[in-house]
Design a protein around this ligand. Structure first.
Ligand SMILES: [Zn+2]
Length: 345
């Protein structure tokens, strides 16, 4: 087979939808169109695998490709894992999914659909998203990339010079969301975290997860604010903050400045260990569909102002800090890229 005609497919399986993407052998995306299907988790693991296969079939048909051209498949799926390819208990999935060897089931289904065995690689969705964003920013260089994606939680990935994510020996590497925040610099108390640690996980100061505590603290200093008298549920109150900040509400602006500063300090902590060439900021705050250019520029400016003084001089001069650019395509493209890099190496 001509290696240049081969294609690598990526399946990005979330709790409710699966997305399919693909890359050619040179790493460029086959398509920038988002193809989504339901993951049907309520119907059991067999239905989920069927959905993944249908996603691949739909992608191949859409792009006039055949199973004969598929040289490898990657699967991005949220952990935690018991071991490579096997799910541990997850809060977002039915209890029956615990212990599911999704890699074995998907490999079997792929072999059946393709009429031959297909190389399959699996990994944490956030880290595979980092693989795709890393390819964009580093281009043909071998620079390493730290990706931080604040959303409901804090996604963290480190992509090494080989283009692959740092997983660690028990697949728990780069769980940097649960490292302690520098509380004395931020002037805050340790907020609780869903992981159970009490040292003030950085996730609580940089994402939606800790916003109820942050908002409560800020409202004590600003009892005149409209939200201090709001009867809305706390979740709706915190979700209103992004819109308020973009309209110039000083309390909301201050909260996102705080989050950007906390994340900037955390990036500097991680840079001491990882020394990346690039730092990429992802998540909803950097999504051009969700926030204004002014909001994103301010966030990145505050982030840089917090991070840069804590770096070594050479890092300060050379490290690049950029917003993510692939949006919802990143994890399926990253899964396809990991298949490409793994088959080649
Ligand atoms: Zn935690």
């Amino acid at each position: 087979m001509n290696p240049n005609s081969g294609v690598f497919i990526g399946t990005d399986s979330g709790a409710t939808t699966a997305k399919t993407g693909g890359v050619w052998a040179d790493g460029t995306a086959v398509s920038t169109k988002l193809l989504q299907s339901s993951t049907n988790t309520q119907a059991g693991t067999g239905a989920v695998v069927l959905g993944w296969i249908q996603g691949v079939k739909g992608f191949l048909a859409e792009n006039q490709l055949t199973w004969g051209q598929v040289r490898g498949v990657g699967l991005a799926i949220p952990g935690p894992y018991l071991r490579y390819g096997v799910l541990a208990r997850s809060a977002n999935l039915p209890p029956a999914f615990e212990g599911w060897d999704f890699r074995a089931d998907y490999a079997r289904a792929l072999a059946e659909a393709a009429g031959r065995p297909v190389d399959l690689f699996v990994g944490n969705d956030g880290r595979l998203g980092g693989v795709a964003e890393a390819r964009v920013v580093r281009g043909k260089t071998r620079a390493s990339v730290l990706m931080l994606a604040p959303g409901s939680g804090l996604g963290c990935a480190y992509i090494g010079q080989d283009g692959l994510p740092l997983d660690g020996d028990t697949l728990a590497g780069m769980e940097a969301a649960h490292m302690p925040a520098p509380l004395h610099l931020l002037g805050v108390r340790p907020y609780p975290c869903g992981c159970g640690r009490t040292w003030g996980c950085i996730e609580a100061y940089t994402t939606i997860s800790g916003l109820p505590h942050l908002l409560a603290d800020r409202l004590q200093e600003h009892p005149e604010h409209e939200l201090a008298r709001s009867a809305l549920p706390i979740r709706e109150q915190v979700l209103s903050l992004r819109g308020r900040a973009q309209k110039g509400d000083p309390l909301a602006v201050g909260i996102f400045d705080f989050q950007a500063r906390a994340l900037g300090l955390h990036a500097a902590v991680l840079a001491l260990a990882l020394d990346p060439g690039f730092i990429v900021i992802g998540g909803g705050l950097m999504d051009p569909e969700a926030t204004t250019p002014e909001f994103r520029e301010r966030y990145l400016r505050v982030f840089r102002e917090a991070a840069l003084p804590c770096l070594w001089p050479t890092q300060r001069a050379t490290m690049k800090i950029l917003p993510a650019s692939l949006g919802e395509l990143s994890q399926s493209i990253g899964a396809a890229l990991v298949a490409l890099y793994s088959v080649k190496s």
